[in-house]
Design a protein around this ligand. Structure first.
Ligand code: XLS
Ligand code: CA
Ligand code: CA
Length: 399
């Protein structure tokens, strides 16, 4: 059971305290947090977080570098802060047994990254971001991270009038290649993940959705070294259904982890809400079962309680109820797989490709002339129902 449901708490949303949220949403002030940018406050916050993970019984956590330690005046000072804070994190991990699902670098909040990090028109900023990722990989290795995430919140454009698309995207590929080389050099074994998102905070982001990132990776020959961290709230922001990118990425063998949250279908932005929709959780777990689990990834709750949910208890309820939703999703999905009714339906729909001329098409053994000849012999195809409503009704029986 546990490996199917490898839950992780996102430190950013639940614990980083009163710092300004890059999306302008308020972060609730908690009683362990005095709101200062001091190392003492960062330590208190981290200790509270591990107490929370332990009470919750969750086995994994995730963070951005800047969530756990303050930025200094220079890179040296910033890295010293990070060394000190990651020492504490390592101790807390050892004491509690909580492991790091992934860490990542915040390459989007600081004003230096306003015009992008890896895709910045200024080479100096590119170098800064690269130095930050170098440190991030070292910290990931130190804390035994199972994965390392790249989320390109500023990698995109606000106007095409001042943007060299080709240069920016090839720089982004070089940036990722440099990270890959360094990861291998230091022996960091975590899986590298890219998290797609179409927009917000940038108007257009290059990592638009799963299919876009897959073709980018192939274009630059990086497809064997990166997988995707899919966040369904980003998927819906890209105009797709909730589970679309999970299914898409998984179908092509590149689903690495899931930031298991949801948006508000009536709103058009990234609300990062806790996943409470059993239908959606069932659809995701169905795909997770089909691919045999997402390890070394997991289900990370990249979600925040609503601004109005001000009790510490709300933080517990949110995580517990979200875990329960996925547990129910897993149960439903496993029943769907066990019964095999939906799988039989799917197989039946494509039965014409299993033999005869259909099999020839599948195997790439025919051509346009032969298809024309086939039509001359067989005429108009029979109309076959897609039976969507029937499938929806069957699916509903499991919820
Ligand atoms: C923001 C993203 C971010 C990534 C990590 O929308 O979800 O939190 O998961 O940088
Ligand atoms: Ca996310
Ligand atoms: Ca998000």
């Amino acid at each position: 059971m546990e490996e199917w449901l490898r839950f992780s708490v996102c430190y950013w949303h639940s614990f980083r305290g009163t710092g300004a949220d890059p999306f302008g949403q308020a972060t609730i002030k908690r009683n362990w947090d005095d709101g200062t940018e001091t190392i003492e406050n960062y330590k208190r916050r981290l200790e509270a977080a591990f107490e929370f993970f332990t009470k919750l019984g969750v086995k994994y956590w995730t963070f951005h570098d800047r969530d756990i330690s303050p930025e200094g005046q220079t890179l040296e000072e910033t890295n010293r802060n990070l060394d000190e804070m990651s020492d504490l994190a390592l101790n807390l991990q050892r004491q509690t047994g909580v492991q790091l699902l992934w860490n990542t670098c915040n390459l989007f909040a600081h004003p230096r990254y306003s015009n992008g990090a890896a895709t910045n028109p200024n080479a100096h900023v590119f170098a800064y971001a690269a130095a930050q990722v170098k440190k991030g990989l070292e910290i990931g290795q130190k804390l035994g991270a199972k994965n390392f995430v790249f989320w390109g919140g500023r990698e995109g454009y606000s106007s095409l009038l001042n943007t060299d698309l080709n240069l920016e995207m090839s720089n982004m590929a070089n940036f990722l290649r440099m990270a890959l080389v360094y990861k291998k050099k230091i022996g960091f074994e975590g899986q590298l993940l890219i998290e797609p998102k179409p927009k917000e905070p940038t108007r257009h982001q290059y990592d638009y959705d799963a299919q876009t990132v897959m073709s980018f990776l192939r274009q630059f020959n990086l497809q064997n070294d990166f997988k995707l961290n899919i966040e369904p709230n980003h998927t819906t922001l890209a105009g797709h259904g909730y589970e679309h990118d999970v299914v898409m990425a998984s179908t092509f063998g590149i689903l690495g982890s899931i930031d298991a949250n949801t948006g508000s279908p009536d709103l058009g932005w990234d609300t990062d809400q806790f996943p409470m929709d059993i239908r959606a959780c069932t659809a995701v777990m169905l795909q997770v079962i089909r691919q045999g689990g997402v390890q070394p990834g997991g289900l990370n709750f990249d979600a925040k309680v609503r601004r109005e949910s001000t009790n510490t208890k709300d933080l517990f309820i949110a995580h517990i109820a979200a875990m329960d939703s996925f547990a129910r999703g897993l149960r439903n999905a496993s029943k769907i797989v066990e019964d095999g009714i939906m799988a039989r339906h799917l197989k039946e729909r494509y039965i014409s490709f299993e033999s005869g001329f259909g099999l020839k098409i599948c195997n790439g053994l025919t051509d346009l002339e032969e298809c024309e000849e086939f039509i001359h012999q067989h005429g108009e195809p029979e109309m076959i129902s897609g039976q969507q409503e029937h499938c929806e009704a069957i699916f509903n029986r499991y919820l």
